[in-house]
Design a binder for this molecule. Structure first.
Ligand SMILES: [Zn+2]
Length: 177
């Protein structure tokens, strides 16, 4: 077996960007077919450059931060969020994004049974989650920075599958209340 130093011999140098500060923490779904659309949305519609946002991707987006999400994921995401709020005092906005036909939601419904839906359709439950249920949990994580945790701004978006084009999506903002 070749020595490790040979395996990791450098070929190309990549530039760091130490002048950039993250302003936004983004909670979205890992769905690999949708990541490209998500990134373009963050760049073009929210005006965020690479490095200005921290991506917290997990199955189901914000679902794990809502009631009856998967407890193990909930604590994991909460802890990662605390770390980010503590480490980057420049974060002023939290963005939550869900999407149509989400495998993460389907997985939890299979695991917990229909009671997870609380009598709602998946779409209605996603809207309920986006409109308020994830917010207090992120606010809780932001308490590691009590001085400005209250000033944290929240925005929520849903990524809809386009009826006109099966290969395209569009985003709508969901009012938080
Ligand atoms: Zn998903």
């Amino acid at each position: 077996m070749a020595p490790l130093t040979a395996v990791v011999a450098p070929r190309k140098l990549y530039r760091l960007n130490r002048s950039i500060c993250p302003t936004t923490i983004v909670y979205g779904c890992i769905d690999p077919w949708r990541v490209n659309a998500l990134l373009i949305f963050l760049h073009e519609e929210l005006g965020l450059e690479d490095g200005e946002f921290i991506l917290m991707l997990n199955p189901g987006g914000i679902m794990s931060l809502c009631p009856h999400g998967l407890a193990s994921e909930y604590f994991h995401i909460l802890e990662l969020s605390e770390f980010c709020f503590k480490k980057f005092s420049s974060i002023r906005t939290a963005v939550g994004i869900n999407h149509d036909n989400c495998g993460g939601y389907e997985h939890v419904i299979e695991k917990h049974g229909p009671r997870f839906l609380r009598g709602m359709s998946v779409g209605a439950l996603q809207m309920r989650h986006l409109a308020n249920e994830w917010v207090p949990h992120v606010r809780l994580a932001a308490q590691v920075r009590p001085a400005d945790a209250e000033d944290l701004r929240f925005r929520a978006f849903h990524m809809h599958d386009s009826e006109k084009d099966p290969e395209a999506v569009f985003f709508t903002e969901v009012q938080i209340g």
